[in-house]
Design a binder for this molecule. Structure first.
Ligand SMILES: *[C@@H]1O[C@H](CO)[C@@H](O)[C@H](O)[C@H]1NC(C)=O
Ligand SMILES: *[C@@H]1O[C@H](CO)[C@@H](O)[C@H](O)[C@H]1NC(C)=O
Ligand SMILES: *[C@@H]1O[C@H](CO)[C@@H](O)[C@H](O)[C@H]1NC(C)=O
Ligand SMILES: *[C@@H]1O[C@H](CO)[C@@H](O)[C@H](O)[C@H]1NC(C)=O
Ligand SMILES: *[C@@H]1O[C@H](CO)[C@@H](O)[C@H](O)[C@H]1NC(C)=O
Ligand SMILES: *[C@@H]1O[C@H](CO)[C@@H](O)[C@H](O)[C@H]1NC(C)=O
Ligand SMILES: *[C@@H]1O[C@H](CO)[C@@H](O)[C@H](O)[C@H]1NC(C)=O
Ligand SMILES: *[C@@H]1O[C@H](CO)[C@@H](O)[C@H](O)[C@H]1NC(C)=O
Ligand SMILES: *[C@@H]1O[C@H](CO)[C@@H](O)[C@H](O)[C@H]1NC(C)=O
Ligand SMILES: *[C@@H]1O[C@H](CO)[C@@H](O)[C@H](O)[C@H]1NC(C)=O
Ligand SMILES: *[C@@H]1O[C@H](CO)[C@@H](O)[C@H](O)[C@H]1NC(C)=O
Ligand SMILES: CC(=O)N[C@H]1CO[C@H](CO)[C@@H](O)[C@@H]1O
Length: 553
């Protein structure tokens, strides 16, 4: 028999079947004593495979054993009661039919060839990059190709756990199942697997798996993050910023951005449990002066939550207090006495300054005052108070500068008695002070001898201290002198001498008076004697008059 082309194969098979079915049936009735066998019976072969089909009969004298098929066939060998054909390139299920005549009656027998093939494609539909917890997620798998479908099932898996198993239907076969996205599913790998079960056919179980897809689930609360920022920041300084959000899952995968205006800040993020905290340091620059916005933005699962807060950046330099005039020492502002000194206090724009209680005419202006430097201004401090109003809050800053005035030297006559009357061998202190800037050197020298008397410390006065002293204060600013007369008196002063003399005379007079009285009483009673002792009285009485004459000196 001429092999039929594949295009004609299908209709020829149908025709033969009809002929056999309508005209020759029931087959085997005539030759029922003899059997026609087709081997193998109902084989399952891989697609494009080849198959040896053996038609054999026990009829002793069979005539014309043929194999009816649409497939490519080739006679391989034959025996007296069998014929073997090689079928090749079997791509689809088909039926083969053996026919023969025995003793004039026809015999037929058929076999169904089943072709199996593995799916060409098993694919799990992509998952959305992030799946919100609590929502249903549809897993979808496509299986293209694969035969026989009755033995082909599709499984959806989470890891190795089977979520669903369905028979493949359609081309491509689509299989779906829903999964509730929860925290436990975060990071789980989902996949799809086809199973061609040909174990009943003795061939085994053939599995094809899709590439796994990893699920990421997340929780991002609807609330805004918490942002802590300072209300003010001075230009040139830094302030801490902190932004946090609770109940985040997975907190470690959230992104946080902190920005000052449109400047991204270097942020360090810490996640602890479901809480995320981001910290950064904002540094205020002069260009950013004014009201600025701090933005904190937390992004997770493609969604973000943000919060904004205002921060006022201000500049408040100063105040600086300046002294101008004849400054002789810059490290310690010093001016000579009598010169004019201008004191000014200045601070940044919008800053109101007050110098020693005198306010500047307007914020941003400088406050100034002029003084004629006197010795009273030495070590005088000039206070400048600066105030800046930022966003309803008053900020204060104070500064002071001390002025030094060069003056003197001066010896204050009130603090340096110029006439001193002291007694010999008594202890005294010469109180004398000189003032001036710089501090003057003070010394008092006896004019006659050049002897230097200690000043301000106790000393024992001697007779030779008597004299006129020249007290001299000396500094780089000049010299000032003052004369001090020190009168040192002998210890036995005239007053004491007079007093002693008077006492002696009074004693003598008393003794004489007593003696005279005793003599007169005896004379009246016994003998009268002329008294000669009365001549001493005028002699002795002369001494007191001498003493008294010296007293005024
Ligand atoms: C075909 O079948 C017959 C009977 O079973 C057997 O004797 C013969 O060897 C077979 N031929 C082939 C090629 O297998
Ligand atoms: C097998 O059959 C298919 C169609 O069924 C055809 O396209 C292919 O070329 C054939 N292969 C061979 C080797 O003949
Ligand atoms: C998810 O799907 C299940 C059944 O598949 C249903 O019972 C449940 O209500 C769904 N949940 C949501 C949040 O849609
Ligand atoms: C999912 O697969 C990735 C890599 O393919 C692996 O790193 C990860 O551990 C897997 N996850 C689970 C839960 O097995
Ligand atoms: C938050 O940050 C993300 C990532 O940088 C960005 O895409 C998004 O536009 C930001 N949202 C807002 C409101 O600024
Ligand atoms: C920040 O300041 C702007 C105007 O300066 C204002 O409109 C906005 O409401 C402020 N934002 C906050 C959070 O106070
Ligand atoms: C001090 O200020 C007055 C006017 O304010 C000015 O004329 C004078 O030159 C200033 N003196 C010094 C030393 O700066
Ligand atoms: C200026 O004052 C400082 C501090 O008192 C002092 O050390 C320095 O010597 C002075 N300089 C001059 C030039 O007087
Ligand atoms: C400083 O002295 C000058 C004259 O020497 C005088 O005209 C001026 O009023 C004085 N200024 C003050 C603040 O005393
Ligand atoms: C001005 O500053 C001084 C210190 O520099 C301070 O003692 C004084 O209280 C301040 N005055 C005001 C009004 O703040
Ligand atoms: C002390 O000195 C004064 C003159 O300075 C002189 O008159 C007086 O006699 C002196 N006194 C003595 C005890 O030397
Ligand atoms: C060998 C054999 O079975 N021959 C039979 C063929 O059929 C005729 C009748 O149809 C019989 O008589 C033969 O015995």
């Amino acid at each position: 028999m001429v092999p039929l082309g594949p295009l004609h194969g299908a209709c020829c098979t149908l025709l033969i079947s009809l002929l056999l079915g309508c005209c020759l049936l029931p087959p085997g009735i005539q030759g029922q004593e003899y059997l026609l066998r087709v081997e193998p019976q109902d084989p399952v072969i891989p697609a494009r495979g080849s198959l040896l089909v053996n038609c054999s009969t026990d009829c002793p004298d069979p005539e014309l054993i043929t194999l009816e098929t649409s497939l490519l066939k080739e006679l391989v060998s034959r025996g007296p009661n069998w014929v073997a054909f090689q079928l090749s390139n079997v791509t689809a299920d088909s039926k083969v039919l053996c026919a023969s005549f025995c003793n004039g009656s026809q015999m037929t027998s058929s076999s169904d060839i089943t072709v199996y093939r593995f799916p060409e494609r098993v694919e799990l539909a992509p998952l959305s990059p992030w799946q919100p917890v609590g929502e249903n997620l549809t897993l979808r798998c496509w299986v293209a190709g694969g035969a026989p479908r009755t033995h082909l099932s599709v499984l959806l898996l989470r890891g190795e756990e089977e979520l669903s198993r369905q028979q493949a239907v359609g081309e491509p076969a689509e299989v779906t199942t829903t999964v509730l996205a929860n925290r436990d599913n975060h990071g789980a790998n989902f996949s799809c697997r086809s199973e061609l079960d040909l174990r009943p056919q003795g061939l085994g179980l053939f599995q094809n798996s899709s590439a796994p897809r990893q699920l990421r689930t997340f929780v991002l609360p609807a609330t805004s993050p918490r942002l802590t920022v300072p209300r003010f920041l001075e230009v040139g300084t830094s302030g801490p910023l902190a932004c946090s959000l609770d109940k985040l899952f997975p907190a470690s995968e959230a992104q946080v951005q902190l920005a000052l205006g449109n400047q991204m800040l270097n942020t360090s993020v810490l996640s602890q449990g479901d809480t995320l905290t981001a910290t950064a340091t904002a540094t205020a620059s002069a260009e950013q002066e004014g009201a600025r916005e701090i933005v904190c933005n937390v992004t997770l699962g493609g969604e973000s939550r943000e919060i904004r807060k205002n921060l006022t950046i201000y500049s408040f330099w100063g105040p600086t207090v300046n002294l101008s005039g004849t400054i002789v020492n810059l490290t310690e502002p010093t001016v000579p006495e009598g010169t004019t000194v201008n004191v000014t206090c200045a601070a940044g724009a919008r800053v109101q300054v007050t110098l020693d209680g005198v306010p500047a005419v307007a914020p941003g202006q400088l406050a100034q005052l002029q003084i004629n430097a006197t010795e009273r201004d030495d070590r005088r401090s000039f206070f400048c108070n600066a105030t800046l109003e930022v966003d309803g809050i008053i900020l204060r800053r104070n500064r002071s500068v001390q002025l030094h005035v060069l003056y003197g030297p001066k010896i204050d006559p009130a603090k340096c008695p110029q006439h001193l009357t002291w007694k010999d061998r008594t202890i005294h202190v010469l109180q004398c002070q000189a003032r001036g800037n710089p501090e003057p050197q003070l010394q008092c020298l006896q004019e006659s001898s050049g002897f230097q008397v200690p000043i301000g410390i106790p000393f024992r006065v001697r007779l030779n201290y008597n004299g006129t002293y020249c007290c001299r204060a000396v500094s780089s600013q000049g010299t000032h002198t003052l004369t001090v007369v020190m009168n040192v008196q002998d210890r036995n002063s005239p007053v004491v001498t007079i007093f002693m003399g008077v006492l002696a005379i009074l004693g003598l007079v008393t003794v004489i008076a007593a003696l005279l009285y005793i003599f007169r009483v005896r004379k009246r009673n016994d003998i009268y004697h002329v008294n000669q002792g009365s001549t001493c009285l005028p002699l002795t009485s002369k001494r007191p008059s001498e003493v008294l004459g010296r007293e005024p000196s």
